[in-house]
Design a protein around this ligand. Structure first.
Ligand code: MN3
Length: 240
């Protein structure tokens, strides 16, 4: 193994240095792009509100750490994993394809779900909380019997995620149904045929400062900041 490759592998394990690795690897990959293919440089999206906007339900410090540290780490992890795969293609060396494929799925799931999570929340009383309406409410009533029954199932699914993960509301295009699901970590348990339109992060980093081990209290409070107009827009996007 040559020095640059050894250094790359060493650095790729460290999320903090992933940006620098990406820059190097992308420029190397560009030089050989017939083999390596094109790369997206994923970026951390801005929050659509201030860090303290969801208080008292989600505190400003949790939001700041969650967005600027945790989500940022998934973005750099995804960039590093995809850059490593491009480098593997350029070199024709797929010895570590399993490692980087796993990192791409974990960090890519994290980036996607957090990007969704910020958007499906809004300050309580200013777009957040209340109940869904329109085509979303119609679909919820049709597929769960009532909004109350949906909310109970979704809350229970989120509460019972084993370890770190997500409670999710999915739209399944094959039959047009809404389905409540769980994800472990950022990416496990998916059924592949359905798309998240609403999600709650139940990793401890999402609630521990304020709620400690009381995940149920966090979930109960979280309903006050759900942005139902955005969830309906997510559903309509998939209906097109
Ligand atoms: Mn999170």
């Amino acid at each position: 193994m040559n020095d640059s490759r050894r250094n790359f592998l060493k650095t790729a394990g460290g999320i903090a240095a992933a940006g620098a690795v990406l820059t190097t690897v992308v420029s190397e990959a560009k030089a050989q792009n017939e083999v390596a293919g094109a790369l997206t440089e994923h970026t951390l999206p801005e929050l659509p509100y201030a860090y303290d906007a969801l208080e008292p339900y989600i505190d400003a410090k949790t939001m700041e750490l969650h967005h600027s540290k945790h989500h940022a780490a998934y973005v750099s992890g995804l960039n590093a994993a995809e850059a490593a795969l491009a480098k593997a293609r350029a070199e024709g060396n797929f010895d570590l394809v399993q490692l980087y494929s796993k990192r791409a799925a974990f960090n890519g799931g994290g980036h996607f779900l957090h990007s969704l999570f910020w958007k499906v929340m809004a300050p309580a009383g200013k777009g957040g909380g209340g109940e869904p309406s329109g085509v979303l409410l119609d679909a919820i009533n049709r597929d769960f019997g009532s909004f109350d029954a949906f909310k109970k199932q979704f809350s229970a699914a989120a509460l019972q995620v084993e370890g770190s993960g997500w409670g999710l509301l999915l739209h399944r295009p094959s039959d047009g149904r809404l389905v409540v699901s769980q994800a472990e970590n950022q990416h496990k348990l998916t059924s592949w045929d359905a798309f998240p339109i609403l999600g709650i992060d139940v990793w401890e980093h999402a609630y521990y400062l304020n709620y400690q081990n009381r995940r149920a209290d966090y979930i109960a409070a979280w309903w006050n900041v759900v942005n139902w107009a955005q969830v309906e827009a997510n559903l309509r996007h998939h209906l097109v």
